[in-house]
Write a protein that binds this ligand. Structure first.
Ligand code: GLU
Length: 292
Protein backbone atom coordinates (compact mmCIF):
# COMPACT_ATOMS: atom_id res chain seq x y z
CA UNK A 1 0.00 0.00 0.00
CA UNK A 2 1.47 3.38 -0.85
CA UNK A 3 2.20 5.77 2.03
CA UNK A 4 -0.28 8.44 0.97
CA UNK A 5 -3.09 5.90 0.82
CA UNK A 6 -2.09 4.30 4.09
CA UNK A 7 -2.80 7.56 5.91
CA UNK A 8 -6.34 7.82 4.56
CA UNK A 9 -7.79 5.71 7.36
CA UNK A 10 -6.86 8.48 9.82
CA UNK A 11 -8.80 11.19 7.98
CA UNK A 12 -11.33 12.72 10.27
CA UNK A 13 -13.31 15.33 8.34
CA UNK A 14 -14.41 14.05 4.96
CA UNK A 15 -16.39 15.70 2.17
CA UNK A 16 -17.98 13.37 -0.38
CA UNK A 17 -19.34 14.77 -3.63
CA UNK A 18 -21.79 12.87 -5.78
CA UNK A 19 -22.87 14.13 -9.19
CA UNK A 20 -26.20 13.95 -11.00
CA UNK A 21 -24.96 11.25 -13.38
CA UNK A 22 -24.05 9.02 -10.44
CA UNK A 23 -27.39 9.60 -8.71
CA UNK A 24 -29.67 8.89 -11.64
CA UNK A 25 -30.30 6.00 -14.02
CA UNK A 26 -28.67 6.66 -17.35
CA UNK A 27 -31.62 5.36 -19.37
CA UNK A 28 -34.44 7.22 -17.64
CA UNK A 29 -32.87 10.06 -15.67
CA UNK A 30 -34.85 8.95 -12.60
CA UNK A 31 -33.16 8.63 -9.21
CA UNK A 32 -31.17 5.45 -8.68
CA UNK A 33 -32.64 4.59 -5.29
CA UNK A 34 -30.60 1.41 -4.85
CA UNK A 35 -27.42 3.41 -5.22
CA UNK A 36 -28.67 6.18 -2.94
CA UNK A 37 -29.51 3.60 -0.28
CA UNK A 38 -25.99 2.21 -0.42
CA UNK A 39 -24.50 5.69 -0.31
CA UNK A 40 -26.51 6.58 2.76
CA UNK A 41 -25.46 3.38 4.51
CA UNK A 42 -21.78 4.00 3.77
CA UNK A 43 -21.94 7.64 4.93
CA UNK A 44 -23.88 6.82 8.10
CA UNK A 45 -21.41 4.08 8.91
CA UNK A 46 -18.52 6.51 8.51
CA UNK A 47 -20.31 8.85 10.87
CA UNK A 48 -20.84 5.95 13.29
CA UNK A 49 -17.13 5.21 13.10
CA UNK A 50 -16.39 8.72 14.37
CA UNK A 51 -15.72 10.55 11.12
CA UNK A 52 -17.27 13.92 10.37
CA UNK A 53 -19.04 13.63 7.05
CA UNK A 54 -20.35 16.25 4.63
CA UNK A 55 -22.19 15.26 1.45
CA UNK A 56 -22.20 17.60 -1.53
CA UNK A 57 -24.98 16.38 -3.77
CA UNK A 58 -25.98 17.53 -7.21
CA UNK A 59 -29.23 16.42 -8.74
CA UNK A 60 -31.60 19.31 -8.07
CA UNK A 61 -31.99 20.28 -11.72
CA UNK A 62 -31.97 16.67 -12.98
CA UNK A 63 -34.62 15.56 -10.47
CA UNK A 64 -36.72 18.71 -11.00
CA UNK A 65 -36.66 18.27 -14.75
CA UNK A 66 -38.01 14.73 -14.46
CA UNK A 67 -40.59 15.79 -11.89
CA UNK A 68 -42.06 18.53 -14.05
CA UNK A 69 -41.90 16.27 -17.10
CA UNK A 70 -39.31 17.99 -19.33
CA UNK A 71 -37.82 15.65 -21.92
CA UNK A 72 -34.66 17.66 -22.52
CA UNK A 73 -32.15 19.27 -20.17
CA UNK A 74 -33.42 22.84 -19.63
CA UNK A 75 -31.33 25.52 -21.30
CA UNK A 76 -33.04 28.72 -20.15
CA UNK A 77 -31.83 30.06 -16.82
CA UNK A 78 -35.35 30.57 -15.40
CA UNK A 79 -36.38 27.03 -16.33
CA UNK A 80 -33.19 25.59 -14.80
CA UNK A 81 -33.87 27.55 -11.63
CA UNK A 82 -37.50 26.44 -11.55
CA UNK A 83 -36.40 22.80 -11.98
CA UNK A 84 -33.83 23.24 -9.20
CA UNK A 85 -36.51 24.61 -6.88
CA UNK A 86 -38.73 21.59 -7.47
CA UNK A 87 -35.88 19.08 -7.55
CA UNK A 88 -33.91 20.23 -4.50
CA UNK A 89 -36.95 19.78 -2.25
CA UNK A 90 -37.64 16.34 -3.67
CA UNK A 91 -33.99 15.31 -3.45
CA UNK A 92 -33.86 16.27 0.22
CA UNK A 93 -37.09 14.44 0.88
CA UNK A 94 -35.57 11.25 -0.52
CA UNK A 95 -32.29 11.76 1.36
CA UNK A 96 -34.06 12.39 4.65
CA UNK A 97 -36.28 9.36 4.24
CA UNK A 98 -33.30 7.12 3.50
CA UNK A 99 -31.07 8.53 6.25
CA UNK A 100 -33.98 8.22 8.71
CA UNK A 101 -33.80 4.42 8.26
CA UNK A 102 -30.58 4.62 10.28
CA UNK A 103 -31.70 7.45 12.55
CA UNK A 104 -29.05 9.62 10.94
CA UNK A 105 -29.77 13.35 11.15
CA UNK A 106 -29.13 15.46 8.08
CA UNK A 107 -29.28 19.15 7.25
CA UNK A 108 -29.55 21.11 4.06
CA UNK A 109 -27.01 23.81 3.28
CA UNK A 110 -27.52 25.74 0.06
CA UNK A 111 -24.70 28.08 -0.89
CA UNK A 112 -23.93 30.65 -3.52
CA UNK A 113 -20.63 32.28 -4.29
CA UNK A 114 -22.07 35.31 -2.56
CA UNK A 115 -22.24 33.30 0.69
CA UNK A 116 -18.51 32.78 0.39
CA UNK A 117 -17.45 36.22 -0.77
CA UNK A 118 -19.36 38.04 1.92
CA UNK A 119 -17.26 37.77 5.05
CA UNK A 120 -20.17 37.62 7.47
CA UNK A 121 -22.13 35.00 5.52
CA UNK A 122 -18.94 32.99 5.08
CA UNK A 123 -18.29 32.99 8.79
CA UNK A 124 -21.90 32.11 9.49
CA UNK A 125 -21.74 29.20 7.06
CA UNK A 126 -18.50 28.03 8.67
CA UNK A 127 -20.01 28.21 12.16
CA UNK A 128 -23.11 26.36 11.02
CA UNK A 129 -21.00 23.54 9.58
CA UNK A 130 -19.03 23.34 12.84
CA UNK A 131 -22.17 23.09 14.95
CA UNK A 132 -23.78 20.52 12.68
CA UNK A 133 -20.68 18.34 12.68
CA UNK A 134 -20.39 18.66 16.43
CA UNK A 135 -23.98 17.43 16.68
CA UNK A 136 -23.20 14.42 14.49
CA UNK A 137 -25.42 15.69 11.68
CA UNK A 138 -24.48 15.01 8.05
CA UNK A 139 -24.88 18.30 6.16
CA UNK A 140 -26.08 17.88 2.57
CA UNK A 141 -24.80 20.75 0.46
CA UNK A 142 -25.73 22.05 -2.97
CA UNK A 143 -25.47 25.32 -4.77
CA UNK A 144 -28.55 27.46 -4.25
CA UNK A 145 -29.31 27.23 -7.96
CA UNK A 146 -32.66 28.94 -7.60
CA UNK A 147 -31.13 32.29 -6.70
CA UNK A 148 -27.61 32.16 -8.09
CA UNK A 149 -26.82 34.25 -11.14
CA UNK A 150 -24.24 33.82 -13.91
CA UNK A 151 -21.90 36.27 -12.20
CA UNK A 152 -21.95 34.62 -8.82
CA UNK A 153 -22.49 30.97 -9.50
CA UNK A 154 -20.03 28.19 -8.79
CA UNK A 155 -21.66 26.40 -11.72
CA UNK A 156 -20.45 22.95 -10.82
CA UNK A 157 -20.34 20.99 -7.62
CA UNK A 158 -16.76 19.80 -8.11
CA UNK A 159 -15.66 23.36 -7.42
CA UNK A 160 -18.28 23.84 -4.72
CA UNK A 161 -17.18 20.70 -2.87
CA UNK A 162 -13.53 21.80 -2.91
CA UNK A 163 -14.54 25.20 -1.58
CA UNK A 164 -16.58 23.55 1.16
CA UNK A 165 -13.59 21.32 1.99
CA UNK A 166 -11.39 24.43 2.25
CA UNK A 167 -14.00 26.35 4.26
CA UNK A 168 -14.38 23.68 6.92
CA UNK A 169 -10.74 22.52 6.96
CA UNK A 170 -11.61 19.01 5.75
CA UNK A 171 -8.71 16.60 5.44
CA UNK A 172 -10.16 14.55 2.58
CA UNK A 173 -12.40 15.24 -0.39
CA UNK A 174 -13.80 12.35 -2.41
CA UNK A 175 -15.31 13.17 -5.81
CA UNK A 176 -17.50 10.37 -7.11
CA UNK A 177 -17.43 10.51 -10.86
CA UNK A 178 -18.48 8.36 -13.79
CA UNK A 179 -14.92 7.45 -14.67
CA UNK A 180 -12.30 5.65 -12.61
CA UNK A 181 -10.01 8.62 -12.10
CA UNK A 182 -7.46 10.60 -14.06
CA UNK A 183 -5.97 9.25 -17.28
CA UNK A 184 -3.20 10.64 -19.43
CA UNK A 185 -5.87 11.17 -22.14
CA UNK A 186 -9.61 10.63 -22.53
CA UNK A 187 -9.92 6.81 -22.18
CA UNK A 188 -13.25 6.87 -24.05
CA UNK A 189 -11.46 8.13 -27.14
CA UNK A 190 -7.88 6.95 -26.74
CA UNK A 191 -7.29 3.26 -25.85
CA UNK A 192 -3.63 4.10 -25.11
CA UNK A 193 -4.63 6.41 -22.25
CA UNK A 194 -2.90 5.42 -19.02
CA UNK A 195 -4.43 5.55 -15.58
CA UNK A 196 -2.75 7.77 -12.99
CA UNK A 197 -2.86 6.43 -9.45
CA UNK A 198 -1.30 9.30 -7.53
CA UNK A 199 -0.66 12.94 -8.28
CA UNK A 200 1.81 14.47 -5.87
CA UNK A 201 2.05 17.86 -7.53
CA UNK A 202 -0.41 19.37 -10.00
CA UNK A 203 1.53 21.05 -12.79
CA UNK A 204 0.87 22.30 -16.30
CA UNK A 205 1.03 18.80 -17.81
CA UNK A 206 -1.78 17.56 -15.55
CA UNK A 207 -3.84 20.61 -16.40
CA UNK A 208 -3.49 19.72 -20.09
CA UNK A 209 -4.78 16.20 -19.45
CA UNK A 210 -7.96 17.63 -18.01
CA UNK A 211 -9.59 18.19 -21.35
CA UNK A 212 -12.48 16.14 -22.67
CA UNK A 213 -14.21 13.68 -20.40
CA UNK A 214 -17.68 14.63 -19.27
CA UNK A 215 -21.22 13.29 -19.32
CA UNK A 216 -24.53 14.60 -20.61
CA UNK A 217 -26.10 14.67 -17.15
CA UNK A 218 -23.66 16.47 -14.88
CA UNK A 219 -21.80 19.68 -15.49
CA UNK A 220 -18.33 18.79 -14.28
CA UNK A 221 -15.77 17.37 -16.70
CA UNK A 222 -12.20 16.49 -15.81
CA UNK A 223 -11.15 20.14 -16.01
CA UNK A 224 -13.41 21.14 -13.12
CA UNK A 225 -12.13 18.15 -11.13
CA UNK A 226 -8.52 19.20 -11.58
CA UNK A 227 -9.42 22.73 -10.64
CA UNK A 228 -11.19 21.33 -7.55
CA UNK A 229 -8.04 19.32 -6.78
CA UNK A 230 -5.97 22.49 -6.79
CA UNK A 231 -8.28 24.21 -4.33
CA UNK A 232 -8.58 21.15 -2.07
CA UNK A 233 -4.89 20.23 -2.01
CA UNK A 234 -3.75 23.83 -1.58
CA UNK A 235 -6.12 24.15 1.37
CA UNK A 236 -4.61 21.04 2.95
CA UNK A 237 -7.02 18.26 1.96
CA UNK A 238 -6.13 15.14 -0.02
CA UNK A 239 -8.53 14.57 -2.88
CA UNK A 240 -9.63 11.38 -4.58
CA UNK A 241 -11.50 11.07 -7.86
CA UNK A 242 -13.16 7.66 -7.95
CA UNK A 243 -15.85 5.89 -9.90
CA UNK A 244 -19.20 6.27 -8.13
CA UNK A 245 -20.74 3.32 -9.98
CA UNK A 246 -20.26 1.32 -6.78
CA UNK A 247 -20.38 3.68 -3.82
CA UNK A 248 -18.49 1.18 -1.66
CA UNK A 249 -15.52 2.75 -3.37
CA UNK A 250 -15.72 5.41 -0.60
CA UNK A 251 -15.00 2.82 2.06
CA UNK A 252 -12.34 1.15 -0.05
CA UNK A 253 -10.61 4.49 -0.57
CA UNK A 254 -10.62 5.28 3.14
CA UNK A 255 -9.27 1.80 3.87
CA UNK A 256 -6.29 2.72 1.71
CA UNK A 257 -7.09 0.49 -1.27
CA UNK A 258 -5.83 1.56 -4.66
CA UNK A 259 -9.04 2.94 -6.08
CA UNK A 260 -9.33 6.16 -8.04
CA UNK A 261 -6.70 8.84 -8.45
CA UNK A 262 -5.41 10.49 -5.32
CA UNK A 263 -4.11 14.06 -5.29
CA UNK A 264 -1.81 14.67 -2.36
CA UNK A 265 -2.47 17.62 -0.09
CA UNK A 266 0.33 20.16 0.12
CA UNK A 267 -0.94 22.96 2.27
CA UNK A 268 0.05 26.13 0.50
CA UNK A 269 0.67 29.00 2.87
CA UNK A 270 -0.15 31.46 0.08
CA UNK A 271 -3.51 29.84 -0.57
CA UNK A 272 -6.27 32.32 0.01
CA UNK A 273 -9.76 30.99 -0.53
CA UNK A 274 -10.96 34.55 -0.92
CA UNK A 275 -8.52 35.33 -3.74
CA UNK A 276 -9.64 32.25 -5.55
CA UNK A 277 -13.29 33.14 -5.11
CA UNK A 278 -12.89 36.67 -6.36
CA UNK A 279 -10.76 35.87 -9.40
CA UNK A 280 -12.12 32.32 -9.89
CA UNK A 281 -8.72 31.24 -11.07
CA UNK A 282 -5.16 30.70 -10.13
CA UNK A 283 -2.73 33.09 -11.67
CA UNK A 284 0.54 31.32 -11.08
CA UNK A 285 1.14 27.63 -11.59
CA UNK A 286 4.01 26.60 -13.74
CA UNK A 287 5.65 23.75 -11.92
CA UNK A 288 5.96 20.24 -13.28
CA UNK A 289 3.55 17.58 -12.08
CA UNK A 290 4.74 14.64 -10.05
CA UNK A 291 2.69 11.53 -10.69
CA UNK A 292 3.06 7.92 -9.58
N1 GLU B 1 -26.28 22.32 -8.55
C1 GLU B 1 -26.63 21.52 -9.70
C2 GLU B 1 -27.85 20.64 -9.38
O1 GLU B 1 -28.05 20.27 -8.25
C3 GLU B 1 -25.55 20.58 -10.11
C4 GLU B 1 -24.26 21.15 -10.52
C5 GLU B 1 -23.34 20.03 -10.98
O2 GLU B 1 -23.83 19.11 -11.68
O3 GLU B 1 -22.17 20.05 -10.69
O4 GLU B 1 -28.57 20.27 -10.27
Amino acid sequence: MNKIREQLKDKKRIVVKIGSSSLTHEMTGDLNLAKMEKLIRVLTDMNNAGKEVVLVSSGAIAVGRKTVGLLEKPKEKAMKQACAAVGQAKLMMVYQKLFAEYNQLTAQILMTKHTMINEISRENAQNTFEELLRLGVIPIVNENDTVSTDEIEFGDNDTLSAIVAALIGADLLILLSDIDGLYTDDPRKNPEAKFIDTVEVIGEDILKMAKGAGSSVGTGGMATKISAARIATDSGADMIIANGEDVNVIREAIDGNEVGTIFKAHKNKDFQLMDYLVTSQYTKHDQKSTVL
